[in-house]
Design a protein around this ligand. Sequence first.
Ligand SMILES: NC(=O)c1ccc[n+]([C@@H]2O[C@H](COP(=O)([O-])OP(=O)(O)OC[C@H]3O[C@@H](n4cnc5c(N)ncnc54)[C@H](OP(=O)(O)O)[C@@H]3O)[C@@H](O)[C@H]2O)c1
Length: 329
Amino acid sequence: MLAAQFSSFGRPDAVIELIEQPDPGEPGPGEVSVDAELFPINPADLLNLEGKYGATQPNLPMIPGAEGVGRIAKVGAGVSHVKPGDRVLLPGPGTWRARVKAPAKAVFALPEGIDPKQLAMLRVNPPTAWLMLHDYVAPKPGQWLVQNAANSGVGHCLIRLAREAGAKSVNVVRRAELAEPLRAAGADVVLTDGPDLDARVRAAIGGGALPLAIDAVGGSGTQRLARCVDDGGTVVNYGALSGEPCMLDVRETIFRDVSLRGFWLRRWFMQTPPEKIAALYRDLAPRLGDGRLTVEVEAVYPIRRIKEALAHAGRGGRSGKILVSFGAA
Ligand SMILES: NC(=O)c1ccc[n+]([C@@H]2O[C@H](COP(=O)([O-])OP(=O)(O)OC[C@H]3O[C@@H](n4cnc5c(N)ncnc54)[C@H](OP(=O)(O)O)[C@@H]3O)[C@@H](O)[C@H]2O)c1
């Protein structure tokens, strides 16, 4: 059985290796085995391979991957809520392998009729956007939020979910050519990042309330978003795409009472009962089917070309996500 693993940290396409692993075998009581179909390559995967992800370093060798989609291959004794053939989210972490055996409680049947490429991206980005939108400053109709890296998978989800909640979004990007496609995706305002961002945001929203900023960039990008929020507003940081620590000036923290919070989906998984997690996915999944949360895919690579897939995922200026297929989808 094929799996992708790495044994040292470094450039993702250089350190990843394809290996043959023994089949995990028959599922025991209360277990299932799942055949992987597709997984996306996320920025967190690239950072993981570079040794730059998380508060501590993982033990190596490691099979990476936080998400993906597959079908139930076999179920063990006593498992009745899923059956062979059901499409499920891949139990993780370690999803970059052809077959996995896992406790049955880790999986639930996904609705049929939804593009598996979209389902492969359900586990991480849609709930991240949903929770950041609803768990810090609950959106009120007519209010604004501002986000950077708005062209990302999370960014696209946030644009749609904000609109669904009646809120309006200012979307900050680093390439002016993204304005049109993002407006077509539902963005109210699209601006390119720059030192005068706050003035341009204020001009764009008139006297509107802007209590929430969502930051994937870190570094000085955090400060530029913080200047945009109202006094007493909140900046939620969830990524460090710049590779720099978040900067926040005392003009914001002391004199304007702006707070900086952090969001990590894995912490939410650890703190949330499984039934509540499954309920959020059941709520979000139909939005992938009817287009409300679809995210563009730029390329799908077969697993044997994982190195090319990783190199492609690491390049900026993409029009969508990079997926890897085990050939079943
Ligand atoms: N904390 C959590 O639990 C959590 C969960 C999910 C995702 N994340 C984080 O969310 C971020 C987005 O993930 P994703 O999967 O949505 O990304 P993605 O779809 O792969 O897109 C990456 C985006 O990042 C932008 N970007 C890259 N480097 C940048 C920089 N230095 N400055 C500004 N923008 C930059 C790209 O802009 P261009 O289009 O211009 O290249 C692109 O829009 C990542 O940092 C990821 O680690 C965090």
